[in-house]
Design a protein around this ligand. Structure first.
Ligand code: GTP
Ligand code: MG
Length: 239
């Protein structure tokens, strides 16, 4: 598996993930052992010292590139920052709290040979979710429903945080992005409608350690994002 793939950059945003990040790096090392890769960790000056833990790991492992931003600026903008500093031809985005399992990554990477964007999807056949509260499941379903209705997207998991991109897609779309809040995939799908997209099942495991950064503010930012993307697309269609 994964033979002859070009360099892979895994972009991992962190905020207070000192209890999770090492396990994630160990997991990624195992599944990426046979390919050229880097792990770009983008930390927003976590009070728990995540950046310094990653810096220590990087002293022993040259695959790991720790990046530090001075303040908490949001997940979506952290991913864009990491992509700009990365040099892989294939870009992976995944959370650092072990909700996205490294063992699901090889199948997504295989598919990027044929597609431009591969979504790690909780909601296609074979996908599953473990440990998520009923409230979060509902919030997730409603968010996806709203995004599908307002933006007419045909995908099952438009709000997934686990996805693989050909670098060309991000090079094309990055100047158009206005990353705010949590959701970057949705904005990319809307602003690059020509991309060939595949959804593949993943197993999502709710975080076991560390604390959530998700809250009502993120829901509001998400609804605002759907509204903004719809208005922008309306303008583009007219123009
Ligand atoms: N760099 C950076 N990373 C962030 C920021 N907000 C969240 N993250 C990271 O983004 C990922 C997703 O955040 P989570 O808190 O896990 O959000 P969630 O998955 O919706 O919620 P739970 O898993 O239920 O806690 C995690 O890896 C966080 O550490 C941020 O402002 N900056
Ligand atoms: Mg999480």
């Amino acid at each position: 598996m994964l033979e002859a793939l070009p360099k892979i950059s895994v972009i991992v945003p962190t905020y207070n993930e000192v209890d999770n990040i090492e396990d994630l790096i160990v997991g990624l090392r195992t599944v990426l052992a046979d390919v050229d890769y880097q792990i770009v960790v983008v930390d927003d000056n976590s009070p728990d010292g995540t950046y310094y833990a990653v810096k220590q790991i990087a002293e022993r492992d040259s695959h790991v590139l720790p990046l530090l931003r001075q303040s908490k600026q949001g997940l979506a903008s952290a991913i864009v920052h990491g992509y700009k500093e990365s040099d892989g031809k294939i870009i992976v985005m995944m959370d650092s709290d072990l909700s996205h399992r490294p063992e699901d990554l090889p199948a997504l990477l295989e598919a990027v040979r044929e597609y431009d964007v591969v979504i790690g999807s909780r909601y296609v056949e074979g996908g599953s979710i473990f440990g998520m509260s009923a409230y979060r499941k509902l919030a997730s379903r409603v968010s996806i429903g709203v995004s599908r209705m307002t933006l007419g997207l045909p995908y099952e998991d438009t709000t997934s945080g686990f996805a693989v991109f050909r670098r060309g897609v991000l090079d094309y779309v990055e100047p158009k992005l206005e990353p705010a809040g949590f959701k970057l995939l949705l904005e990319i799908l809307v602003k690059c409608p020509e991309a060939r997209v595949k959804e593949l099942p993943i197993t999502f495991v709710n975080r076991r350690r560390g604390s959530s950064k998700f809250g009502a503010a993120e829901v509001l930012k998400f609804l605002n994002l759907c509204y903004r993307l719809r208005r922008q697309r309306g303008r583009d269609d007219e123009g």
